[in-house]
Design a protein around this ligand. Structure first.
Ligand code: MLT
Length: 407
């Protein structure tokens, strides 16, 4: 008899963004004339930077010619991209990361979801609340949690991010082995200072723990005092892995390209306490289960690091940041308390009802889709998240409609 992985039965009925899509589609089917504006899932709407498009075209032409055609690429990504990433994203900012430590992939979602596979099933995990659901759900699937009660899984240490701690969780009071952090944060938009991040790195070193640092939104940081990478922090090379993505920073959500940085000095331990290289384990996993990102996509990503590409990607980020600032200003003018939206494309808004009721109200009265905070965890209840990823005209229209709906 074929049996299922019973851990899947512990999961909530559907993935947050699939549920939002289902409810939105249902509403659209009942209201076919209503033009819905989507400020829910963080999906970009602006085209790829011109430098990326040109590089993409050139690479497709190379694939059309027997002399320049390429078959399977290196599993970790082509050297031309990894060298640029290491130099521009790390070495230029004083972080000691080399090309060997970069693993190019098709998305930070897959990498943050897959990485847990290389660790034991009986480790203790600390996960923020609210949180990007992938971190939690993939650990549920792997059997690292008990069952679900009152919005929480047994066996997980939840790192509560609330108004009271300005959405920066305190260090756990118990021993944990694997810690998920995300800054600028999805969903709250909060950022972390160097000294705050240093306390996490010190904690991980003291406890032989490992930090999984999701920096997918680092390009939205405006404040030059804030760290853009955990590898700007002393001692992080031994205890951290970082995830980055071109999705939100250069419009690659549909094109798919990201990378994960696993320093060669990063260690995890066997049952008998022997240190093993996490870099080697991740290489082993990726070379077995992943066959690299396509050559044209990697060439398109490489073009982000050209002078023109940098300017064009910067312009995209500034475009979405202006939307974020507009959303925050309008919501505050309506009397709502907001976080985020300054060094982040997400605005975290404290509602006056529960999250799903606020979601329904905005959808039904304004035709605007948001993400209900409760979908990110118990501490998200009462909040909604608005995303700045849409065309400015749509954001302006959405804010006018929200104003009418809420006044
Ligand atoms: C989000 O809206 O939280 C993200 O777009 C989801 C993702 O990147 O998978």
């Amino acid at each position: 008899m074929i049996k299922i992985n019973a851990n899947y039965l512990k999961l909530q009925a559907s993935y947050l963004f699939s549920e939002i899509r289902r409810r939105t589609d249902e509403f659209q089917a009942q209201n076919p004339d209503k033009e819905i504006i989507k400020l829910g899932i963080g999906d970009v709407t602006r085209p790829l930077p011109e430098a990326c498009i040109a590089a993409f075209h050139r690479a497709v032409d190379e694939m059309a010619d027997a002399a320049t055609f390429r078959g399977y690429g290196p599993e970790q990504g082509y050297g031309f991209l990894r060298e640029k990433v290491a130099a521009a994203d790390y070495q230029e900012r004083g972080a000691d990361i080399t090309a060997k430590e970069i693993f190019v992939s098709d998305g930070a979602k897959c990498d943050t979801g897959n990485i847990q596979e290389i660790f034991a099933t009986d480790i203790h995990i600390a996960i923020p609340d609210p949180v990007y659901p992938v971190y939690l759900d993939t650990n549920v699937m792997a059997g690292r949690t008990g069952s679900f009660h009152d919005g929480r899984y047994d066996g997980i240490t939840y790192l509560e991010s609330t108004r009271q701690n300005r959405f920066i969780p305190a260090l756990p009071s118990e021993n944990v082995d694997l810690i998920y952090l995300c800054f600028p944060n999805n969903p709250t938009g909060a950022t972390i200072t160097r000294s705050q991040l240093q306390t996490w790195v010190d904690f991980a070193r003291k406890n032989k723990a490992l930090i999984l640092y999701d920096a997918a939104y680092e390009a939205f940081i405006q404040d030059s005092d804030l760290p853009q990478s955990i590898f700007e922090i002393d001692g992080a090379r031994e205890v951290a892995i970082e995830f980055r993505s071109f999705s939100k920073t250069a419009g690659f959500t549909g094109t798919r390209c990201a990378f994960t940085v696993v320093p060669t000095s990063c260690t995890a331990y066997t049952d008998s306490g022997e240190a093993r290289s996490v870099h080697d384990l991740w290489f082993r996993r990726q070379s077995t289960k992943f066959n690299a990102v396509s050559y044209p996509v990697q060439r398109a990503a490489e073009a982000i690091y050209s002078d023109a590409g940098r300017k064009q990607a910067r312009a995209l980020i500034d475009y979405y940041l202006k939307n974020a600032s507009l959303i925050r200003k309008e919501m505050e003018a309506l009397g709502y308390e907001c976080a985020g939206g300054e060094n982040s494309p997400y605005i975290w808004i404290l509602g006056k009802t529960d999250s799903w009721a606020f979601f329904d109200l905005l959808l039904e009265k304004a035709g605007v889709v948001c993400t209900p905070g409760a979908g990110f965890g118990r501490c998200g209840e009462g909040f909604i998240r608005l995303s700045a990823f849409n065309d400015t005209e749509n954001v302006q229209l959405a804010m006018q409609r929200i104003k009418q709906a809420l006044s």
